[in-house]
Design a protein around this ligand. Structure first.
Ligand code: PGA
Length: 249
């Protein structure tokens, strides 16, 4: 019932020239995908990505979005600006932004609301740090992050949101959560959404991805888990062949 969604997160890696090459390598490899395919790219690559993916099944997302409609926010980009470019998704609250750029649960909520108000689909990231996991706080952290992120967001928006569960210790480290662990934590996140909204809403409408060193080798096993609806892929999204293998899990 929940359509799988595999999204790439290129981070700060590709130039415009790289963007053209990677997308054109990718298009034939993912054209028969049985899931939604998204690439989230740096702001400077967005226009190129939208142009190069035109007429294909690949959708484009940004890696962040500001919470204000407009105003004195030097260096920032609004949801309206992204929509105007043809962008459909926006990653919100990635752990690298929480870690290096002062992102908080409150700004994640504000960005999520701004994205939805402009018609962008937010991919909201949650996940525990290694020390939180070791202290047995994984559940507490993901429940808090999820609850805060969706504060004052009405249930008719649930079809437009995606959640990415990304244990921070698994990002870019080659360490993946076991498929069972990922499934169990995603169940906790889904139960949190059931409490915030309704059990049926959480079951039928809320898509939850796993992210953190997901690659062609582990994608099949992760995607076979009943709670896992997709992946947010960093490193493996930078190579057309690897990303296509995940997409065609
Ligand atoms: P990774 O990154 O696949 O390189 O671990 C995932 C992410 O940060 O979204």
């Amino acid at each position: 019932m929940r359509r799988p969604i595999i999204a790439g997160n290129w981070k700060m890696n590709n130039t415009i020239a790289d963007t053209k090459t990677l997308i054109n390598d990718l298009k034939p490899l993912v054209k028969d995908a049985q899931c939604d395919v998204v690439i989230c790219v740096p702001y400077t690559d967005l226009a190129t990505a939208v142009a190069e993916t035109k007429g294909s099944n690949i959708k484009v997302g940004s890696e962040n979005v500001h919470w204000a409609e407009k105003g004195a926010f030097t260096g920032e980009i609004s949801a309206k600006m992204l929509v105007e470019l043809g962008v459909e998704y926006a990653i919100v609250g990635h752990s690298e932004r929480r870690q290096y750029f002062g992102e908080t649960d409150q700004t994640v909520n504000a960005r999520t609301k701004a994205a939805l108000a402009a018609g962008l689909k937010p991919i909201v990231c949650v996940g525990e740090l290694l020390e939180e996991r070791e202290a047995g706080k994984t559940e507490e952290v993901v429940v808090r992050q999820t609850t805060e992120a969706f504060k004052d967001i009405p249930d008719d928006e649930l079809v437009n949101i995606v959640i990415a569960y990304e244990p921070v210790w698994a990002i870019g480290t080659g360490k993946t959560a076991t498929s069972q662990d990922a499934n169990d934590t995603i169940k906790i996140i889904r139960d949190t959404m059931a409490n915030l909204y309704c059990p049926k809403c959480a079951e039928n409408k809320v898509r939850i991805q796993y992210g953190g060193s997901m690659n062609p080798k582990n994608a099949t096993e992760l995607m076979a888990m009943p709670q896992i609806d997709g992946g947010l892929i960093g490193g493996a999204s930078l190579k057309a062949e690897d990303f296509s293998k995940v997409v065609n899990f």
